[in-house]
Design a protein around this ligand. Structure first.
Ligand code: CAA
Length: 686
């Protein structure tokens, strides 16, 4: 037997163990011996029952994603499940860690599933732009009902062992040695005797489906899919499970899977899966990480409070520093309010809220930061303020403590130089709200020590962030590219487009919202303050701010928000203001179509990304994609700006940039040499 699959006999119960680190994915070198083992056991009358278990940290976490897009080597999972399902003696999946995708589908081929208390079960294929292709859409509804299966398959979110037990997906939950429990369970089932109906024949639960309610739910999900094909296909496949005979529904599932797996959207989403994991890797040798037990946060405003919550949520005690007792009280009160809202929404228990709040210690004395291993500064975006704070930190922080700034733009080398320990200084650029947003730009300054960097990369993962290491430049990766998109969006307004027309072009492209809706949501005053500090202007946005129109928080910005509503309503006053400003500049408005909006805003975005790569500010094109998808809402089905450039055609982008460069003379349109090379080689590799 191969080392990936072994079979043992425990008093008449066969234990088939899959061992394919790190996550027991169903690679070809697992499928082949697994099939052989199951065929042999099917024909072995001396075996009373079969347990399928996994070695290592988890049950099977799914198909091997690296095999997608290549010709599938036989046997496929479907064939393995068919053999498994036809075995007349009881079969039991022993699930620990995660049973995901093809892993859960394998388990659904068993008569029974038993799980470790900490196990999680799910069909996350939708997140890779596909649907469960190994019978998951037709078998899961037979156990948990169509409505629950729809929710699980369309969201892709796994459920815990207890919930799975309540839903009928697992038959027993155990603590302790799972394999022993599973063997005893299997033996007991064999003793009781059959028949043991396979999942495919269990359609009692399905008969209870309220099809009208199902269709209403599916229609709602389709509306929210924002152009993604996979969630819609998932819903269709689950419906087929209810309305079609098993084999027909299975064949339909296959047809949908084959179509999706070949789609650009799925390619894009698979690209992002690996890109996120790659982004957290540092080239070079492994270093010993520093120990982080307590975190200090300077500033209890929106950003500082959110950062403090992110660490507390990750289990770290936090010392929160403010300049006055009053500011500290306000900051802590906001944190408590945020947790109370989570309790009211049902996403946090009262107990967990109490535990999180107990993690916070407030202070107004820098000396209280002396026992912190990491200190994150989230004060005013002002170099003089930051330098003063870092000078104080230098005096009080313990040797080896990591000193981080949450600046969005400022030069971290300059901040580091205000301390005697620049090797311990780096940037941790969180995105607002910091306790919710996944992205964390980790800014490596010129003198940042490799072990300090490795420590925060690891820490980011522990607090559930998607980390990307970037270099020092104004705005780092995300905000530097955003500035280019923003200035062109404003230029389009002056030339004749309206905010709602531009925003619609963005939402049609797949963004959750356009640049003006986003500005109104974030607060227009933030960009205004930043521009003023740098002597820059944006004539429309500046004028709106001068009129006190800061966006949603003042009820007026690029749009109107009546009576506290969050729905943007176009405002004729703003449109008149735009025309006036254009007239002052002698610009005659013209009709601007959606294609031009995308070309003028997203092609320069890609171009700026290429410059960032050339300069080594980002290590890989895929890192830029991770930033844009997780921090700015770039549509996942397009894989991020750099991946999308390949779909759109880099040669086309270069051609159109040249056209706009000739017409406007603006630098943002001048094609970067790396983009020109990409147009020839179809690769971002230097
Ligand atoms: N195929 C290939 N490689 C995989 C993989 C998979 N399904 N799942 C994880 N890996 C790799 C990761 O790329 C990573 O590799 P590196 O160390 O080289 O970067 C390694 O395994 C460890 O993964 P994580 O860093 O993500 O480890 P984790 O402990 O944080 O998370 C996990 C483990 C929850 C299983 C997570 O990896 C995960 O969610 N994996 C994907 C699960 C999934 O989507 N399964 C469905 C696959 S599609 C399918 O099954 C189709 C079908 O119907 C047949």
């Amino acid at each position: 037997m191969s080392s990936s699959v072994s079979v043992a006999n425990e008093g008449g119960v066969a234990i088939v163990t899959i061992d394919n680190p790190p996550v027991n994915a169903l690679s070809f070198h697992v499928r082949e011996p697994l099939m052989q083992a199951l065929v042999a056991l099917r024909d072995d009358a001396s075996v009373a029952a079969i347990v399928i278990a996994c070695a290592g940290r988890t049950f099977v976490a799914g198909a091997d994603i690296t095999e997608f897009g290549k010709p599938m080597q036989q046997p496929e999972l479907r064939a393995i499940v068919a053999v498994l399902e036809a075995i007349a003696r009881p079969t039991v999946a022993a699930i620990h860690g995660t049973a995901l995708g093809g892993g859960l589908e394998l388990a659904l081929g068993c008569h029974f599933r038993v799980a470790d208390q900490g196990a999680r079960l799910g069909l996350p294929e939708v997140k890779l732009g596909i649907l469960p292709g190994g019978g998951g859409t037709v078998r899961l509804p037979r156990l948990v009902g169509a409505a629950k299966a729809l929710k699980m398959i369309v969201s892709g979110t796994p459920i815990g062992a207890d919930e799975a037990y309540g839903a009928g997906l697992v038959d027993a939950v155990f603590e302790g040695d799972l394999t022993t429990h599973a063997v005893n369970f299997a033996r007991e089932m064999a003793r009781k005797g059959g028949p043991f109906p396979p999942v495919r024949d269990r359609d009692d639960v399905l008969k209870e489906t309220d099809l009208a309610a199902f269709d209403a739910e599916a229609a709602d999900l389709a509306r929210k899919a924002r152009g993604l094909e996979a969630p819609i296909a998932c819903a269709r496949a689950v419906r087929n499970a209810v309305t079609l005979p098993f084999d027909e529904a299975l064949a339909e599932e296959r047809a949908l899977f084959v179509k999706l797996v070949a789609s650009d959207q799925s390619r894009a989403q698979r690209h992002l899966f690996f890109a996120e994991r790659e982004a957290a890797k540092l080239p070079g040798k492994d270093v010993v990480k520093r120990r982080i037990a307590r975190v200090g946060v300077i500033g209890a405003g929106t950003m500082g409070g959110g950062i403090a919550m992110a660490f507390a949520n990750g289990g770290f005690p936090v010392t929160l520093l403010e300049t006055s007792q009053e500011a500290l009280r306000r900051g802590l009160a906001t944190i408590e309010k945020n947790y109370t809202v989570s309790v009211a929404r049902g996403s946090l228990s009262e107990d967990a809220k109490r535990q999180r709040l107990a993690q916070f210690k407030g202070t107004i004395d820098h000396a209280d930061l002396a026992d912190c291993d990491l200190i994150v500064e989230a004060a005013f975006e002002d170099m003089a303020v930051k330098k003063e704070i870092f000078g104080k930190l230098d005096a009080v922080a313990r040797p080896g403590a990591i000193l981080a700034t949450n600046t969005s733009y400022l030069d971290i080398d300059e901040i580091a130089a205000s301390t005697s320990r620049p090797q311990d200084v780096l940037g941790l650029h969180f995105f607002s709200p910091a306790n919710v947003m996944k992205l964390l730009e980790i800014v490596r300054a010129e003198k940042t020590a490799p072990d300090a960097l490795a420590t925060v990369i690891d820490l980011a993962r522990r607090i559930g962030k998607v980390a990307v290491v970037v270099g020092v430049c104004h705005g780092f990766v995300g905000n530097r590219m955003l500035a280019v998109r923003g200035s062109e969006s404003e230029a389009l307004l002056l030339e004749g487009a309206t905010p709602s027309q531009i925003d619609k072009a963005f939402t049609d492209f797949g963004w959750p919202m356009g640049p003006f809706q986003m500005g109104d949501l974030a607060g227009l005053d933030i960009g205004w303050r930043n521009r003023k500090a740098r002597g820059l202007t944006a004539v429309i946005a500046d004028t709106l701010c001068e009129q006190g129109r800061f966006g949603q928080k003042t009820g007026r910005g690029f749009y109107l928000y009546e009576n506290g509503s969050r729905t943007p309503v176009p405002d004729p006053e703003v449109e008149a203001l735009i025309r006036d400003k254009a007239a002052e500049k002698g610009i005659v408005p013209r009709t601007i179509d959606a294609d031009e909006i995308i070309e003028r805003t997203l092609y320069p975005l890609v171009n700026e990304g290429a410059k960032i790569l050339e300069e080594g500010i980002a290590a890989r094109a895929s890192d830029i994609d991770v930033v844009w998808v997780n921090g700015y809402g770039f549509p996942i089905g397009k894989g991020g700006p750099m991946f999308w450039a390949g779909l759109e055609g880099a040669a086309r982008i270069v051609g159109r940039l040249r056209y706009w460069h000739e017409r406007t003379g603006k630098d943002v349109f001048k094609p970067a040499p790396l983009l020109e090379r990409m147009a020839k080689t179809d690769s971002w590799e230097a």
